[in-house]
Design a protein around this ligand. Structure first.
Ligand code: ADP
Ligand code: MG
Length: 260
Protein backbone atom coordinates (compact mmCIF):
# COMPACT_ATOMS: atom_id res chain seq x y z
CA UNK A 1 0.00 0.00 0.00
CA UNK A 2 1.47 3.39 -0.95
CA UNK A 3 2.03 6.19 1.55
CA UNK A 4 -0.58 8.22 -0.37
CA UNK A 5 -3.21 5.62 0.14
CA UNK A 6 -2.44 5.27 3.81
CA UNK A 7 -2.79 9.02 4.24
CA UNK A 8 -6.32 9.01 2.84
CA UNK A 9 -8.91 9.01 5.62
CA UNK A 10 -11.57 6.33 5.79
CA UNK A 11 -14.76 7.20 3.91
CA UNK A 12 -16.71 6.38 7.04
CA UNK A 13 -15.34 5.68 10.47
CA UNK A 14 -17.62 4.77 13.36
CA UNK A 15 -15.88 4.67 16.73
CA UNK A 16 -17.35 3.26 19.91
CA UNK A 17 -20.94 3.93 18.90
CA UNK A 18 -23.43 3.41 21.71
CA UNK A 19 -27.12 4.29 21.49
CA UNK A 20 -29.95 3.37 23.85
CA UNK A 21 -33.65 4.05 23.68
CA UNK A 22 -34.69 4.04 27.32
CA UNK A 23 -33.35 0.84 28.88
CA UNK A 24 -32.84 -0.79 25.47
CA UNK A 25 -29.27 -0.57 24.18
CA UNK A 26 -29.61 -0.64 20.40
CA UNK A 27 -25.99 0.06 19.43
CA UNK A 28 -23.66 -1.57 21.89
CA UNK A 29 -20.18 -0.39 20.97
CA UNK A 30 -19.85 -0.37 17.19
CA UNK A 31 -16.50 0.20 15.48
CA UNK A 32 -16.65 0.24 11.71
CA UNK A 33 -14.20 1.49 9.10
CA UNK A 34 -15.29 1.78 5.48
CA UNK A 35 -12.60 2.51 2.88
CA UNK A 36 -13.28 5.02 0.08
CA UNK A 37 -14.94 3.63 -3.03
CA UNK A 38 -15.89 0.33 -1.42
CA UNK A 39 -19.24 -1.38 -0.91
CA UNK A 40 -20.15 -2.54 2.58
CA UNK A 41 -23.26 -4.65 3.04
CA UNK A 42 -24.78 -4.83 6.52
CA UNK A 43 -26.96 -7.83 7.31
CA UNK A 44 -28.65 -8.88 10.52
CA UNK A 45 -31.96 -9.76 12.09
CA UNK A 46 -34.80 -7.29 12.49
CA UNK A 47 -34.16 -5.06 15.51
CA UNK A 48 -30.39 -5.62 15.49
CA UNK A 49 -29.70 -1.89 15.07
CA UNK A 50 -29.02 -1.67 11.31
CA UNK A 51 -31.24 1.36 10.66
CA UNK A 52 -30.06 3.09 13.82
CA UNK A 53 -26.45 2.62 12.71
CA UNK A 54 -27.15 4.11 9.26
CA UNK A 55 -29.07 6.98 10.85
CA UNK A 56 -26.19 7.62 13.23
CA UNK A 57 -23.80 7.84 10.28
CA UNK A 58 -25.56 10.92 8.95
CA UNK A 59 -26.48 12.17 12.42
CA UNK A 60 -30.21 11.65 12.06
CA UNK A 61 -29.66 9.75 15.30
CA UNK A 62 -27.48 11.28 17.99
CA UNK A 63 -25.15 8.80 19.68
CA UNK A 64 -24.94 8.48 23.46
CA UNK A 65 -21.26 7.61 23.15
CA UNK A 66 -18.78 7.47 20.31
CA UNK A 67 -18.60 9.38 17.08
CA UNK A 68 -18.71 9.13 13.30
CA UNK A 69 -16.36 10.66 10.74
CA UNK A 70 -16.90 10.94 7.01
CA UNK A 71 -13.72 11.47 5.03
CA UNK A 72 -11.95 12.37 8.26
CA UNK A 73 -14.48 15.01 9.34
CA UNK A 74 -16.56 14.47 12.48
CA UNK A 75 -20.27 14.37 11.67
CA UNK A 76 -22.68 16.34 13.83
CA UNK A 77 -20.16 17.09 16.55
CA UNK A 78 -16.74 18.53 17.14
CA UNK A 79 -14.18 17.68 19.75
CA UNK A 80 -13.90 20.02 22.66
CA UNK A 81 -11.28 18.88 25.12
CA UNK A 82 -12.19 15.26 25.77
CA UNK A 83 -15.88 15.87 25.07
CA UNK A 84 -17.95 16.12 21.91
CA UNK A 85 -19.99 19.23 21.30
CA UNK A 86 -23.02 19.24 19.00
CA UNK A 87 -22.62 21.37 15.87
CA UNK A 88 -25.29 23.94 14.99
CA UNK A 89 -28.19 22.47 12.98
CA UNK A 90 -27.14 24.41 9.88
CA UNK A 91 -23.68 22.85 9.93
CA UNK A 92 -25.19 19.39 10.38
CA UNK A 93 -27.50 19.94 7.40
CA UNK A 94 -24.55 20.99 5.26
CA UNK A 95 -22.64 17.84 6.26
CA UNK A 96 -25.68 15.66 5.64
CA UNK A 97 -25.80 16.84 2.03
CA UNK A 98 -22.56 15.01 1.41
CA UNK A 99 -24.18 11.75 2.50
CA UNK A 100 -26.94 10.33 0.32
CA UNK A 101 -29.68 8.30 2.00
CA UNK A 102 -32.00 5.93 0.18
CA UNK A 103 -34.93 4.79 2.32
CA UNK A 104 -37.00 1.64 2.23
CA UNK A 105 -40.12 3.65 1.37
CA UNK A 106 -38.53 5.95 -1.25
CA UNK A 107 -39.68 9.17 0.51
CA UNK A 108 -40.16 11.12 -2.72
CA UNK A 109 -42.01 14.44 -2.65
CA UNK A 110 -45.50 13.46 -3.88
CA UNK A 111 -46.26 16.90 -5.34
CA UNK A 112 -43.10 17.00 -7.49
CA UNK A 113 -42.44 15.16 -10.75
CA UNK A 114 -39.55 12.72 -11.05
CA UNK A 115 -37.21 15.30 -12.54
CA UNK A 116 -38.25 17.92 -9.95
CA UNK A 117 -37.62 15.45 -7.14
CA UNK A 118 -34.08 14.88 -8.41
CA UNK A 119 -33.37 18.58 -9.00
CA UNK A 120 -34.93 19.83 -5.76
CA UNK A 121 -32.00 19.64 -3.33
CA UNK A 122 -29.29 21.15 -5.56
CA UNK A 123 -31.63 24.10 -6.27
CA UNK A 124 -32.78 24.46 -2.64
CA UNK A 125 -29.19 24.49 -1.38
CA UNK A 126 -27.93 26.84 -4.07
CA UNK A 127 -25.49 24.21 -5.37
CA UNK A 128 -26.83 24.66 -8.91
CA UNK A 129 -29.13 26.93 -10.89
CA UNK A 130 -32.55 25.52 -11.73
CA UNK A 131 -31.53 25.02 -15.36
CA UNK A 132 -28.32 23.21 -14.42
CA UNK A 133 -30.08 21.08 -11.82
CA UNK A 134 -32.84 20.05 -14.22
CA UNK A 135 -30.32 19.17 -16.90
CA UNK A 136 -28.32 17.00 -14.51
CA UNK A 137 -31.53 15.48 -13.12
CA UNK A 138 -32.52 14.41 -16.65
CA UNK A 139 -29.19 12.74 -17.24
CA UNK A 140 -29.36 10.98 -13.84
CA UNK A 141 -32.87 9.74 -14.62
CA UNK A 142 -31.61 8.45 -17.95
CA UNK A 143 -28.78 6.67 -16.14
CA UNK A 144 -31.28 4.81 -13.94
CA UNK A 145 -33.39 3.92 -16.99
CA UNK A 146 -36.15 6.48 -16.47
CA UNK A 147 -35.57 8.96 -19.31
CA UNK A 148 -39.21 8.60 -20.34
CA UNK A 149 -40.59 9.21 -16.82
CA UNK A 150 -39.17 12.62 -16.00
CA UNK A 151 -42.59 14.32 -15.99
CA UNK A 152 -44.34 11.61 -13.98
CA UNK A 153 -45.49 12.09 -10.40
CA UNK A 154 -44.50 9.42 -7.86
CA UNK A 155 -48.07 8.05 -7.64
CA UNK A 156 -47.88 7.16 -11.32
CA UNK A 157 -44.64 5.24 -10.94
CA UNK A 158 -44.12 1.66 -9.76
CA UNK A 159 -42.21 1.10 -6.51
CA UNK A 160 -39.14 0.08 -8.48
CA UNK A 161 -39.32 3.25 -10.57
CA UNK A 162 -39.82 5.39 -7.46
CA UNK A 163 -36.80 3.84 -5.82
CA UNK A 164 -34.71 4.50 -8.95
CA UNK A 165 -35.82 8.16 -8.81
CA UNK A 166 -34.76 8.18 -5.14
CA UNK A 167 -31.31 6.87 -6.11
CA UNK A 168 -31.00 9.54 -8.82
CA UNK A 169 -32.02 12.11 -6.23
CA UNK A 170 -29.28 10.93 -3.86
CA UNK A 171 -26.73 11.13 -6.70
CA UNK A 172 -27.76 14.69 -7.61
CA UNK A 173 -25.93 15.94 -4.51
CA UNK A 174 -22.59 14.39 -5.59
CA UNK A 175 -22.48 12.47 -2.33
CA UNK A 176 -19.25 11.04 -0.99
CA UNK A 177 -21.17 8.20 0.62
CA UNK A 178 -24.60 6.73 -0.06
CA UNK A 179 -26.46 4.84 2.65
CA UNK A 180 -29.20 2.41 1.57
CA UNK A 181 -31.65 1.15 4.19
CA UNK A 182 -33.32 -1.98 2.82
CA UNK A 183 -33.87 -0.33 -0.56
CA UNK A 184 -35.81 -3.27 -2.01
CA UNK A 185 -37.77 -4.48 1.03
CA UNK A 186 -40.93 -2.55 0.13
CA UNK A 187 -40.95 -3.77 -3.48
CA UNK A 188 -42.94 -6.50 -5.17
CA UNK A 189 -40.52 -9.34 -5.96
CA UNK A 190 -40.55 -8.70 -9.71
CA UNK A 191 -39.34 -5.11 -9.15
CA UNK A 192 -36.39 -5.92 -6.90
CA UNK A 193 -34.02 -6.75 -9.76
CA UNK A 194 -34.25 -3.38 -11.52
CA UNK A 195 -33.29 -1.54 -8.32
CA UNK A 196 -30.45 -3.91 -7.44
CA UNK A 197 -29.14 -3.56 -10.97
CA UNK A 198 -28.97 0.25 -10.60
CA UNK A 199 -27.13 -0.12 -7.29
CA UNK A 200 -24.79 -2.65 -8.88
CA UNK A 201 -23.95 -0.09 -11.60
CA UNK A 202 -23.07 2.40 -8.87
CA UNK A 203 -20.71 -0.01 -7.15
CA UNK A 204 -17.21 0.50 -8.42
CA UNK A 205 -17.83 4.05 -9.68
CA UNK A 206 -15.93 5.55 -6.74
CA UNK A 207 -18.86 6.44 -4.50
CA UNK A 208 -18.71 4.65 -1.18
CA UNK A 209 -21.83 2.58 -0.57
CA UNK A 210 -23.18 1.18 2.68
CA UNK A 211 -26.17 -1.05 2.07
CA UNK A 212 -28.48 -2.72 4.55
CA UNK A 213 -30.21 -5.55 2.75
CA UNK A 214 -31.48 -9.10 3.09
CA UNK A 215 -30.60 -9.84 -0.55
CA UNK A 216 -27.77 -12.25 0.13
CA UNK A 217 -27.02 -13.16 -3.51
CA UNK A 218 -26.70 -9.46 -4.29
CA UNK A 219 -24.42 -8.96 -1.27
CA UNK A 220 -22.19 -11.77 -2.49
CA UNK A 221 -21.92 -10.07 -5.87
CA UNK A 222 -21.31 -6.43 -4.92
CA UNK A 223 -19.90 -6.32 -1.40
CA UNK A 224 -16.25 -5.74 -0.67
CA UNK A 225 -17.12 -6.40 2.93
CA UNK A 226 -20.10 -7.93 4.69
CA UNK A 227 -20.88 -6.96 8.28
CA UNK A 228 -23.17 -9.13 10.39
CA UNK A 229 -24.90 -7.18 13.13
CA UNK A 230 -26.79 -8.79 16.00
CA UNK A 231 -27.99 -7.23 19.24
CA UNK A 232 -26.30 -3.93 18.45
CA UNK A 233 -22.87 -5.50 18.01
CA UNK A 234 -20.79 -6.52 15.03
CA UNK A 235 -20.62 -10.29 15.39
CA UNK A 236 -18.40 -10.77 12.37
CA UNK A 237 -17.23 -8.98 9.28
CA UNK A 238 -15.15 -9.89 6.27
CA UNK A 239 -15.22 -10.78 2.60
CA UNK A 240 -18.61 -12.04 1.38
CA UNK A 241 -17.12 -15.45 0.65
CA UNK A 242 -16.08 -15.70 4.28
CA UNK A 243 -19.07 -14.24 6.15
CA UNK A 244 -21.77 -15.59 3.84
CA UNK A 245 -20.29 -18.94 2.87
CA UNK A 246 -18.07 -19.84 5.81
CA UNK A 247 -19.44 -17.89 8.79
CA UNK A 248 -17.42 -18.33 11.97
CA UNK A 249 -20.22 -17.68 14.42
CA UNK A 250 -23.29 -19.73 15.19
CA UNK A 251 -25.47 -16.64 15.22
CA UNK A 252 -24.39 -15.71 11.70
CA UNK A 253 -25.10 -19.26 10.52
CA UNK A 254 -28.53 -19.24 12.14
CA UNK A 255 -29.39 -15.90 10.57
CA UNK A 256 -28.22 -16.96 7.11
CA UNK A 257 -30.16 -20.22 7.28
CA UNK A 258 -33.31 -18.13 7.72
CA UNK A 259 -32.76 -15.63 4.89
CA UNK A 260 -31.09 -17.81 2.27
P1 ADP B 1 -33.13 -2.86 12.38
O1 ADP B 1 -33.03 -1.78 11.35
O2 ADP B 1 -31.92 -3.76 12.45
O3 ADP B 1 -34.38 -3.67 12.25
P2 ADP B 1 -33.44 -0.64 14.21
O4 ADP B 1 -32.14 0.07 14.22
O5 ADP B 1 -34.54 -0.04 13.43
O6 ADP B 1 -33.20 -2.17 13.82
O7 ADP B 1 -33.98 -0.78 15.67
C1 ADP B 1 -33.27 -1.44 16.69
C2 ADP B 1 -34.11 -1.41 17.94
O8 ADP B 1 -34.26 -0.09 18.39
C3 ADP B 1 -35.50 -1.97 17.75
O9 ADP B 1 -35.84 -2.74 18.86
C4 ADP B 1 -36.36 -0.73 17.68
O10 ADP B 1 -37.65 -0.98 18.16
C5 ADP B 1 -35.61 0.24 18.56
N1 ADP B 1 -35.79 1.64 18.14
C6 ADP B 1 -35.39 2.18 16.98
N2 ADP B 1 -35.69 3.48 16.92
C7 ADP B 1 -36.30 3.78 18.08
C8 ADP B 1 -36.85 4.98 18.66
N3 ADP B 1 -36.81 6.14 17.99
N4 ADP B 1 -37.39 4.89 19.89
C9 ADP B 1 -37.42 3.73 20.58
N5 ADP B 1 -36.90 2.57 20.10
C10 ADP B 1 -36.37 2.59 18.88
MG1 MG C 1 -34.20 -1.28 9.74
Amino acid sequence: MSADRRARPAAVEVRGAVKAFGAHTVLDGIDLTVEPGTVTVIVGPSGSGKSTLLRAINHLEKLDQGCVSVNGELIGVREQGDRLKELPERAILAQRRRIGFVFQNFNLFPHLTAVENVAEAPVATGAATRTEALERARSLLAAVGLADKEGAYPRHLSGGQQQRVAIARALAQHPEVILFDEPTSALDPELVGEVLSVIKDLAGTGTTLIIVTHEIAFAREVADEVVFLDGGRIVERGAPSQVLDRPRHTRTREFLSKVL
